[in-house]
Design a protein around this ligand. Structure first.
Ligand SMILES: Cc1ncc(COP(=O)(O)O)c(C=O)c1O
Length: 217
């Protein structure tokens, strides 16, 4: 799911990276999809970060150009040169129409982006209410992105088994939290990048399935 780092969080990350001489890879692709008036702070705004940070972003989220394989990286020159070398020898260049669209996306009016984020916020509220009304499920409100990450530990089933059951028996596709590492055990991940009708229908099916399968939770 999505949280929003504060400047203090970022300062702490930079401090650790400096102490241990680490590189920071900062994936800021959701920098615009943030709710409740919160503000995105880039790690690059922290003194001492830019010498050791590779910031990555892309067009897939803010401008919904998913699958067009276009993004960017901001990195110290030495690393940027190596990225360019790999890019050049693997893909030569991103497909032409996507480059033209990317220029339009950045230079054009951004009111559609604001409208989309408002819509995501409504979907976020819908899924938050809906998930918390399913027995054995609980989730915190995502501050950013279009993913919910409910805790399902009360059901006492492995996340991968639960995700399979929900897919096969309720017909709803979602991911087990363990798709993101072992700490994800006991969680599921749902995307709300779909219509409110689909979200309502998905929640209805999950709820019906859980109430039938786990009547004592
Ligand atoms: C955090 C994060 N970074 C990057 C990406 C990848 O975006 P792209 O479509 O440009 O590969 C995703 C897509 O789900 C994402 O969630």
């Amino acid at each position: 799911t999505g949280g929003v780092y504060t400047k203090e969080d970022l300062r702490a990350i930079v401090e650790v990276a400096q102490e241990k001489d680490l590189l920071i890879v900062s994936d800021e692709i959701y920098e615009e999809i943030i709710f409740d008036g919160k503000k995105h702070e880039s790690v690059l705004s922290i003194p001492g970060a830019k010498e050791r940070t590779v910031l990555v972003g892309g067009f897939s989220k803010t401008w919904s150009m998913t699958g067009w394989r276009l993004g960017w990286a901001v990195a110290p020159k030495e690393i940027a040169d190596k990225i360019a070398k790999i890019q050049l020898n693997t893909t030569s260049c991103p497909v032409h129409f996507a480059q033209v669209a990317a220029i339009e996306a950045i230079r054009g009016p951004q009111d559609d982006v604001r409208r989309m984020v408002r819509e995501y916020q409504e979907r976020r509220d819908l899924i938050f209410e809906g998930i918390n009304s399913i027995p054995g499920f609980s989730m915190i409100k995502p501050a950013a992105t279009f993913y919910a990450f409910p805790n399902t530990k009360k059901l006492g089933v492995k996340s991968s088994e639960l995700a399979d059951m929900i897919l096969n028996e309720a017909g709803v596709a979602l991911l087990p939290g363990t798709a993101f590492g072992p700490e994800g055990e006991g969680y599921l991940r749902l995307s709300f990048a779909t219509s409110k009708e689909m979200i309502k229908e998905g929640l209805r099916r999950i709820k019906e399935f859980i109430e039938e399968k786990f009547p004592n939770v």
